[in-house]
Design a protein around this ligand. Structure first.
Ligand SMILES: Cc1cc2nc3c(=O)[nH]c(=O)nc-3n(C[C@H](O)[C@H](O)[C@H](O)COP(=O)(O)O)c2cc1C
Length: 377
């Protein structure tokens, strides 16, 4: 029997299991974590409008993403060093994507090779690129992803410099780990995680070396600019998603540059502590891009009701990161399956309450006074 009945259960159980350093790497955000908290408060403040006596017996959570049918309305956001949560986390996420036909982001800083992820996900993996500062090695990675059969490239643009995350700094989080007395104590007090990690070998960055260069987590990517985007667009013939957009003006320019989809995201509040709430930006960006343009969303989603709220604010598809890691840290692959099922069930029940049978039927009118609530943020 799983003990996960909500994403907060997963977080609570993971907190016990994970070394403090790893928990804080996953859970932490930039600065005082105001931005992360404010976005979640805004998601909570949005109220859904129930409607009655519509026949909602036959509901579907399927969503079209780049011409393919995702059987769940959410995917896996790219996450660096997933295997810190649990030694087989990457593999479980990719296989989950294969089972449900959902996109699985594969981070530049993934702890499994992009080829393994493509294979495990049966073609549902999307490669996420962080510009490395060295255009040749970035291009080599993009070409490698193409050869491995990736159809979608996600360019993350909200990390010109890595955000200051005090919880990581306090714990001395570094990749590779720097071991001191505090870390030895931390690992000793979390023996299940430590033994499993010892058994499988400590997670490493899996996509670097040789012509792909070395990945320095805190290296500057500040040289990336609009002309780099144009060059990436010319290298990459598949779907190009730009992730980490919070400005309507930037969104309009990205669409004009031939980007296939935009992912509205605050990087889970990990970059700018005084940034706007991404759920508010989502609604604004949807307005300027029109109803049809593919607009993805991540950051702060914790339930099926949150999923429905994001679609109501204009998302065409949404992604999760932390809750999935916590579910795997808590209960392994079973934890991932359970949480995914919880989120899907919650989303389906929410559709029933709203009197609709699919996510294509939710919109701003599914929310109570959405304009006022979003404007108040
Ligand atoms: C531990 C961790 C590692 C992450 N690594 C990456 C990454 O390598 N690339 C990327 O684009 N986003 C990365 N993100 C950001 C997520 O893709 C996503 O934007 C954000 O975490 C979503 O918010 P949520 O965690 O509230 O669901 C990471 C997030 C976390 C929590």
């Amino acid at each position: 029997m799983s003990r996960i009945h909500s994403s907060s259960d997963a977080r609570r159980l993971a907190k016990r299991r994970l070394p403090w350093m790893v928990f804080d790497y996953i859970d932490g955000a930039a600065g005082n974590e105001y931005a992360e908290g404010a976005n979640r408060k805004l998601l909570q403040a949005l109220q859904l409008q129930p409607r009655i006596l519509n026949n909602v017996e036959h509901r579907s959570l399927a969503v079209d993403v780049f011409g393919k049918v995702a059987k769940l309305p959410f995917g896996v956001s790219p996450i660096g060093m997933c295997n810190l949560a649990s030694p087989k986390a990457d593999e479980w996420l990719a296989k989950h994507a294969a089972t449900h036909h959902i996109p699985c982001g594969v981070s530049t800083a993934a702890s499994s090779s992009l080829e393994s992820m493509a294979q495990w996900s049966e073609g549902h993996a999307w490669f996420q690129l962080y510009f490395s500062g060295n255009e040749q090695s970035s291009r080599a990675l993009v070409e490698r992803a193409q050869v491995a059969g990736y159809e979608t490239l996600v360019l993350t643009v909200d990390v010109p410099e890595v955000g200051r995350r005090p919880r990581e700094l306090r714990r001395g989080f570094k990749m590779p780990f720097a071991m001191g007395p505090a870390q030895v104590l931390d690992f000793a007090l979390h023996p299940r995680w430590s033994l499993a990690t010892l058994l499988h070998g400590k997670p490493e960055l899996a996509n670097f070396g040789g012509k792909y260069g070395e990945f320095e987590r805190t290296a500057s990517r500040a040289g990336a600019d609009w002309s780099l985007l144009e060059r990436i667009r010319s290298w990459w013939k598949g779907n190009l998603v730009v992730k980490g957009v919070l400005s309507a003006e930037d969104a309009v320019r990205l669409k004009a540059c031939g980007v296939d989809a935009i992912q509205v995201s605050s990087h889970g509040g990990r970059q700018l502590d005084s940034g706007p709430a991404p759920i508010q930006c989502l609604a604004q960006i949807r307005q300027v891009l029109g109803a049809e343009y593919p607009l993805f969303y991540d950051s702060g989603l914790r339930s099926g009701e949150d999923i429905v709220k994001a679609y109501a604010c204009g998302a065409s598809f949404v992604f999760f990161a932390r809750p999935l890691l916590f579910a795997m840290a808590a209960e392994g692959q079973k934890g991932l399956d359970t949480l995914s099922d919880v989120l899907a069930t919650e989303a389906s029940l929410t559709l029933a309450q709203l009197g609709v049978t699919g996510l294509d039927q939710v919109g701003m009118n599914s929310l109570v006074n959405a304009g006022d609530v979003l404007a108040s943020a």
